[in-house]
Design a protein. Structure first.
Length: 149
């Protein structure tokens, strides 16, 4: 459930970061818009790869590697010196991490629950909506309190 709250919530709260990135790097909106575009593309398209890797290795391993990639990308974004750096740190690493870690959460739930599979899937996926509601205000507060750097 935490993966379903943190990964989609973080990605969907990019609008809060967008303004900070425009100001910090004096970038045009069109240039900065490629960061979430790349991230969303990878997040949305790596499901089949995640599924194949999950069957070959394990759901847990793929989720852990994806989470580590997303966390590393977010941490490296702190030291970004340009929008190009963010293409790699946020767009590429966070996108790959999100694309690898999110799909196994659905597979895990369906493999453990038979009788209440629909309810379990609903609760699992509701984490995505919950994260999308909670994280943007939290991120805004953190940026106002501590700043981007």
């Amino acid at each position: 459930m935490m993966v379903n709250i943190l990964i989609p919530g973080t990605i969907k709260s990019f609008g809060v970061l967008f303004v900070e990135f425009l100001e910090a790097f004096q970038a045009s909106p069109a240039t900065a818009a490629w960061i979430p575009a790349l991230c969303y593309f990878l997040y949305s398209s790596l499901g089949p790869v995640s599924s194949i890797l999950s069957v070959k290795y394990s759901y847990r391993t793929v989720t852990l590697l994806g989470g580590a990639s997303a966390a590393l990308g977010m941490i490296l974004s702190y030291w970004a010196s340009s929008v190009t750096y963010l293409y790699i740190s946020y767009g590429l690493l966070v996108g790959i991490g999100a694309g690898l870690s999110f799909p196994p959460t659905v597979y895990i739930v369906t493999s453990y629950f038979v009788k209440y599979r629909g309810l379990a899937n609903g609760l699992c996926i509701s984490g995505s909506a919950l994260g999308s509601i909670i994280l943007p205000p939290v991120l805004r507060w953190l940026l106002e309190t501590y700043g981007y750097r």
